[in-house]
Design a protein around this ligand. Structure first.
Ligand code: ATP
Ligand code: MG
Length: 335
């Protein structure tokens, strides 16, 4: 399928106190219509920086150094603020970990949704239809008495309900792609399951493509068609979800998967990968994962590996040899 969203060679830096930190380097990401792509990696790997880049909603001290971000034939990195505003909501929308990041506490939710609808009018939507469409969107995400609740303020809802409202607001415009940055991490497991169901439903009903950011690989395995694994601002592995979880190629992916709490290990201490993600101010040369990697050899700490193609995506690892992929996956030793 032709990609709906096509990110190529994206580099983003943060500027802080006169220093420049490389937050994203050479990021590639494609999303086809109706596809759900997972973005995983530990805290600090650049997932939120990537999501914000997709809508050009980066903090003020961030700079896009390089790259292309094609959405429906336009390179978002080269659009002016006015064109971007029109694109946001209508073509690409975002929901956040904290729904209050997209909801304004001082306005009734009905007025906020109306505001979103106004930007939709360019597409020929009539304001006369707003009320009905808003009630439909709120009802579809499970807000009871939607018509009356539109007069309420965000604080009059629970956290789970607020996240539903921010999803409904995003839905109102029927964007072709929705970027969800850890939309459930502030919710309990029951609410999380409901939000995941909602996202699946969205794809079924409207063919919405979704970029789903999470550090919870369990939910990613359940929801996503394809996955990119990020480490220290790089994509270290990309593959179809089934292949990635069955046959992880990158040692980092494998380590992450080993940390997924399983039913059989319930009650056991939560596994983590020894060591930590390097800070942007102290990125090692070579492979950024080398110092935590059980398979690292000399070259790994000297040279940064390129992305080696594998069926379904790629792997950024010196030790990965596509010709010996089977042996590599079965044994724990480098081939
Ligand atoms: P988490 O899982 O905790 O949400 P993340 O994968 O979303 O993490 P980011 O928030 O994108 O990671 O951060 C990537 C790196 O950029 C981190 O090292 C972080 O400290 C740094 N960073 C994020 N925002 C800024 C900023 N405004 N200025 C400087 N550095 C930043
Ligand atoms: Mg984040």
């Amino acid at each position: 399928d032709k990609p709906l969203l096509d990110i190529k060679g994206l580099d983003v830096s943060y500027h802080l106190d006169g220093d420049v930190y490389a937050a994203l380097r050479d990021i590639g990401l494609t999303v086809t219509p109706g596809e759900i792509v997972g973005v995983v990696g530990e805290s600090g790997c650049g997932k939120s920086t990537l999501s914000a880049s997709l809508l050009r909603l980066l903090p003020g001290n961030a700079e896009i150094d390089r790259g292309e971000a094609w959405l429906k034939g336009r390179d978002m990195l080269r659009l002016g603020e006015e064109e971007l505003r029109r694109l946001r909501g209508r073509d690409i929308a975002m929901i956040f970990q904290d729904p209050m990041q997209s909801l304004n506490p001082t306005f009734r939710i009905g007025s906020q949704m109306a505001e979103a609808w106004r930007s939709h009018q360019a597409r020929g939507a009539k304001f006369a239809d707003f009320h009905g469409e808003a009630v439909k969107a709120l009802t579809s995400v499970g807000i009871p008495d939607a018509a009356e609740r539109m007069a309420s303020y965000p604080h009059e809802f629970s956290g789970g309900m607020r996240q539903r409202i921010s999803i409904a607001t995003a839905l109102l415009l029927q964007p072709s792609i929705l970027v969800a940055d850890e939309p459930t991490s502030a919710l309990d497991v029951t609410l999380e399951a409901q939000i995941l169901e909602l996202l699946k439903q969205l794809r079924e009903d409207h063919g919405t493509a979704i970029v789903y950011v999470s550090h919870d690989l369990g939910t990613v395995a359940e929801l996503c068609d394809r996955v990119i694994v990020m480490y220290a601002g790089r994509v270290v592995e990309e593959n179809d979800a089934a292949a990635l979880f069955d046959n992880p190629s990158h040692p980092y992916t494998r380590a992450l998967i080993d940390c997924i709490p399983s039913r059989t290990r319930r009650g056991a201490a939560l596994a983590t990968i020894p060591g930590r993600v390097p800070s942007l101010s102290a990125l090692p040369p070579g492979c950024k994962f080398a110092e935590r990697c059980t398979m690292a050899r000399g070259i790994c700490s000297e040279e940064e590996p390129g992305l080696v193609p594998q069926a379904g995506g790629g792997v950024r690892c010196h030790m990965f040899d596509p010709a010996k992929a089977e042996a590599w996956r079965i044994g724990d030793q480098a081939p």
